[in-house]
Structures are given as structure tokens and as C-alpha cells.
Design a protein around this ligand. Structure first.
Ligand SMILES: Nc1nc2c(ncn2[C@@H]2O[C@H](COP(=O)(O)OP(=O)(O)OP(=O)(O)O)[C@@H](O)[C@H]2O)c(=O)[nH]1
Length: 427
């Protein structure tokens, strides 16, 4: 495997640029540039020189011998002056050395995963941490990066292994006459059902995507209800066209917004026209219906009660318009023109969000982790109904494979490229 290097701090110019080198030839590279290799985990000041002996920079040099390093390999850090030319010159000198090359996005973390320094759920948490923009996102990501998902998976795996050991013993010795005692299968089936429902309960928690990508809030209602006007007011910018002409909004428009410490994805939709001859408008209406159905939270601006939705707020928009029908008791009265009701609406949205987002003190799973949890829970549920110890053992093995996939111990090659492609170079 090549030895890789990259600037791991922010883009130059900056006061300091931290350049990391990881791999079998990391310390040879330090030796070449700095003249010698400092003692492990001791920061020393060295003049770095190119192959001709010309000084490149004065740098703080640190060496972390593997496997007790961030990547699990020999790892060196050069704390350079963060000017562009300095960084470029040191990178050029490193690139000249045999078996050294610039790192790809996420390659340091990928090596850490490869060498067991962290598991897949922790790497996913780290990816989310790098992208976190709100406090809630940061808190959830730091929990995953710190191993909370891994610890759940390990705890479940340990319980599973306990069951597996007992059923394997039964399979090996169950037909021997000298083994006294009752048939252990009923107790094992009960334990498998309990473990399956524990796993399913965690998988049923609100998904971390709502925190990470924003809680989807769709504005829906008939044409001319004031959706785009309210959308612009919530987004605090003129994102959607507003006009008195019914059917102005034809497609869904999405705007990410951070408010009340929560990331929201606001979605404006075409008005739900009863009938239309316009094929484009018909497509817009179909898309609007999909957006409303899929939204985590529906803001309904119709005068009729909202359509069936797990979480809807009913808004009486354009409240200042003369001759407007009075609001129903459970409607939120809003007039964008008069700036009325918007703060209350945000508050009600935040109240709804507290039900829809992962609770701050509990582990939340992403879609990949959820689907493996559900696969494990399903296998355990099936096992709990089986009378045949052989089939029971087979379902436990299926559950084990699913739990292993959560932490990246099995069958996850395809997700690695997708995950690490999102990381920055030098991470
Ligand atoms: N007086 C008053 N007029 C409003 C208010 N909100 C929207 N309007 C007007 O109502 C008309 C329709 O508003 P839009 O925001 O375009 O309505 P829409 O629901 O997005 O309409 P479609 O694109 O047809 O679905 C426009 O003329 C707006 O200026 C309000 O709070 N008060």
C-alpha cells in the first residue's frame, strides 16, 4: 500500500497547515526532509529541506508509530507555515519520494477503518461531524463518531452470541442421553424475540437523516392560497415567484434553512388544482401530492381540513384579506403582509420537530444502519417462531451477519466508496 500525504487542516493560506503522512514510508519521508525522525509523540522543530538540501520551511514535526496512530499505520504530522507556496513546495518534495503519493478524499479515515481504529458506524458519524452545521447535528454526530452505534451493535451481538452458543450446544449434544434437563429451545425463542424487539425499537426511532439533511416541511394547498408568499417569508428570501395568477408555482422548490437550532428543508409545491387541461400543471400537481405525502411536516394552507398526514399544521394564511372566511379553532392565523403569526408558526413547527427528530440523549441511526437493524430484528422474529433448532440457528446466523454489517465487519464494500467520497482530502 502506498504511503499517502495531504494537508489535513483547512485550505491555505492560513497561519499553520498540518500535513499528514501515513504509511510504511512515512518516517523515511520525515528522515529525508527533516534529517532525522523525532521520538514518538514528541513535537520537535526542524528545518525541512528538499533533495538538493535547499530549505523548504521550519516546521513542527510529530511522529506516531503504528498501530497506535489515527490510521493504524506509521503517521507523521508536519505543522508548516500555512502559505500556499510553502505547502506546495513540501508536497512537491514528498511526491518525489518513492511510494509516496497525494491522498484521496477520506483516505486517512479509510485506512483507520481498514486497520480497525474505528468501525463503519464511527466513520459515518465522523463524516456527519465534518458536515454538521447545527448544534443538534453536531451532538448526534459526535455520539456516533464516539462509538454509540458500535456499542449498541456490540451489545446486541454479544446477546446473540450467547443464544447461538446455547443452540449450537443443543445441536451438538442434544441427542445424547446423559444430558439432563428440559428442552432449552422455548427459552431461547423467548430470548430471541426480546432481542429482536430491542433492536427494532432502536431502528424505529426518528431517523438521523431528518437531523442531518433537514426536517422536510412541505407547504401545500389549493392554488393562490399564499403558499409561495409564506415559503419566502419562512426562507427569508425571494426564492419562489409570487403572483395573483393561480398556478404560478409549477414545480417543487426546496430551500434549506436553519432556525431554532434545527435544519429545515422547506418545500414549496404547486397548488392542488381540482381540474386542469394543462399537462404541465397536471405533472406539477402530481409532484406536489408526492411532496406532501413524503414530507415530515405538512403546512396546509387550504380552507378545508388538511389531508391525512402523520404530522400536519393547518394554517389560515392571508388572514388580512378582506372578506376572508374566518379561521377555524385549530388553524394558525398568519398574514405575511402584516407580519402576523410567523413567530407562532415557527414555534409550533419547532414543537412538532421535537417529536419528529431523534431525541438528543439517544442514539439515532442512519438509513443503512436502520435497514440492517431491521434485517436482524426480522431474522430474530422469525427465529422466535421456529421449533427446529437447525433452522433457529440459521436465523441467528442471518441476524449476526446483519449486525456485523452495521459496524462494517461484513458485506459493506459498496458503501465505503460512497461514504469516503464525501470526506475532504486529508481526512
Ligand atoms: N393581502 C395579502 N395577500 C397575500 C398574502 N399572502 C399572499 N398574498 C397574495 O396572494 C396571492 C397568491 O399568493 P402566492 O403566494 O403566489 O400563492 P400560492 O399558493 O403560492 O399560489 P400558486 O402558485 O397558484 O399555488 C398573491 O397575489 C399574493 O401577493 C397575505 O398575507 N396578505
Amino acid at each position: 500500500m502506498d504511503t499517502i500525504f495531504a494537508v489535513s487542516s483547512g485550505a491555505p493560506p492560513a497561519a499553520i497547515a498540518v500535513l499528514r503522512i501515513s504509511g510504511a514510508r512515512a518516517f523515511a519521508a520525515v528522515q529525508q526532509l527533516a534529517g532525522n525522525v523525532p521520538a514518538p509523540r514528541h513535537a520537535v522543530l526542524r528545518t525541512l529541506r528538499d533533495a538538493a538540501g535547499e530549505p523548504l520551511d521550519q516546521a513542527l514535526v510529530l511522529c506516531f508509530p503504528g498501530p497506535r496512530s489515527a490510521t493504524g499505520e506509521d503517521l507523521a504530522e508536519l505543522h508548516l507555515h500555512g502559505g500556499r507556496a510553502v505547502v506546495r513546495a513540501v508536497e512537491a518534495a514528498l511526491a518525489e519520494l518513492p511510494e509516496l503519493r497525494a491522498a484521496e478524499a477520506g483516505e486517512f479515515t479509510r485506512r483507520a477503518l481498514l486497520h480497525g481504529r474505528l468501525d463503519l458506524s464511527e466513520a459515518e458519524g465522523l463524516g456527519d461531524l465534518l458536515m454538521a452545521e447545527t448544534e443538534a447535528q453536531r451532538r448526534a454526530a459526535i455520539r456516533s463518531a464516539g462509538g454509540a452505534v458500535r456499542r449498541h451493535a456490540e451489545d446486541w451481538t454479544n446477546r446473540l452470541l450467547g443464544l447461538a452458543a446455547r443452540i449450537e450446544a443443543e445441536l451438538d449434544h442434544g441427542d445424547e442421553d446423559d444430558v439432563a434437563g428440559a428442552d432449552p429451545l422455548p427459552a431461547l425463542r423467548t430470548a430471541a424475540a426480546a432481542l429482536g424487539s430491542d433492536i427494532a425499537a432502536v431502528a424505529a426511532r426518528p431517523p438521523v437523516e431528518r437531523l442531518r439533511d433537514g426536517l422536510c416541511v412541505a407547504l401545500g394547498g389549493p392554488p393562490n392560497a399564499g403558499k409561495s408568499t409564506l415559503f419566502n417569508a419562512l426562507a427569508e428570501r425571494d426564492a419562489a415567484i409570487v403572483s395573483p395568477i393561480a398556478g404560478t408555482t409549477r414545480d417543487r422548490i426546496e430551500i434549506p434553512v436553519v432556525r431554532e437550532g434545527i435544519a429545515w428543508l422547506l418545500i414549496d409545491t404547486a397548488g392542488l388544482a381540482e381540474e386542469t387541461d394543462d399537462p404541465i400543471e397536471a405533472i406539477g400537481v402530481a409532484r406536489a401530492r408526492d411532496a406532501l405525502a413524503e414530507a415530515d411536516l405538512l403546512l396546509w394552507l387550504g380552507d378545508d381540513a388538511p389531508p391525512l398526514h402523520p404530522c400536519a399544521l393547518w394554517v389560515h394564511a392571508r388572514a388580512d384579506v378582506e372578506g376572508r372566511a374566518p379561521a377555524q379553532a385549530d388553524q394558525l392565523v398568519v398574514s405575511v403582509r402584516e407580519g402576523r403569526g410567523l413567530d407562532t408558526l415557527w414555534r409550533r413547527m419547532a414543537d412538532a420537530a421535537s417529536e419528529l427528530l431523534p431525541p438528543p440523549d439517544l442514539v439515532a441511526l442512519n438509513a443503512r444502519q436502520r435497514s440492517w437493524c431491521n434485517a436482524a430484528a426480522d431474522a430474530l422474529a422469525r427465529a422466535s417462531l421456529l421449533d427446529d433448532p437447525l433452522l433457529f440457528a440459521e436465523e441467528l446466523r442471518a441476524a449476526r451477519r446483519a449486525l456485523d454489517a452495521i459496524t462494517g465487519r461484513a458485506g459493506v464494500e459498496d458503501v465505503l466508496d460512497a461514504l469516503f467520497g464525501k470526506f475532504c482530502i486529508g481526512k
